[in-house]
Design a protein around this ligand. Structure first.
Ligand code: S3P
Length: 179
């Protein structure tokens, strides 16, 4: 990353939205390294603060409670600067979240095909919404429900066949086209 990138981006947060398995966390880490910024993985921070895993929060307290914790954290992070943030895939379900993040940051939507998503999440038991036999079917179903919400984000990045570093470089190029 060049000094010019940091100047062009200023202090605004960079938020990586997208469905599960689109590479938000790995890309966020790569981008934060390049920009020498702090990286916040929202699910990890929620788990640390709650002292329990995401599946546990879902099973013990229910999805609405998790969405409430998520919403509170969005408000907190949107009030800060200089962060790279990876929210969970369901962040788009509440329009207030995208509105708050957009007011103080650049919101990107990472995209991937259902097959690529399956490949990335297959062996991970930490996703309560995908604990089913037919994971690909579930991915397609959830994606169909949410597609319009992801599509509504103006800055879109395709991730199929790309490394986290490739995607980070593409994001920087979009933020600083002349740099
Ligand atoms: C969710 C995505 C997960 C996590 C929770 C719900 C969703 O995050 O927040 O399991 O509703 O799409 P990742 O997108 O990081 O897997």
């Amino acid at each position: 990353m060049s000094h010019n990138d940091a100047i062009a981006i200023g202090e605004k947060n960079i938020i990586l939205v997208g469905f599960m398995g689109t590479g938000k966390s790995v890309t966020g880490r790569a981008l934060s390294r390049r920009l020498q910024r702090d990286f916040v993985d929202m699910d990890t921070l929620i788990e640390q603060r709650e002292g329990r895993s995401i599946p546990r929060i879902f099973s013990d307290s229910g999805e609405p409670h998790f969405r409430h914790l998520e919403r509170a954290l969005v408000r907190e992070l949107a009030a800060r600067k200089n962060l790279v943030i990876a929210p969970g895939g369901g962040i788009v379900l509440n329009a207030d979240n995208i509105r708050d993040f957009s007011e103080t940051g650049y919101v990107f939507c990472l995209r991937a095909s259902p097959e690529m998503i399956l490949k990335r999440v297959e062996k991970d038991a930490n996703r309560p919404l995908l604990q089913t036999e037919d994971k690909l079917g579930r991915i397609r179903e959830l994606l169909a429900k949410r597609q319009a919400l992801y599509d509504a984000i103006p800055l879109q990045i395709e991730t199929d066949g790309k490394t986290a570093d490739d995607v980070a470089i593409e994001i920087l190029a979009q933020l600083n086209p002349g740099g």
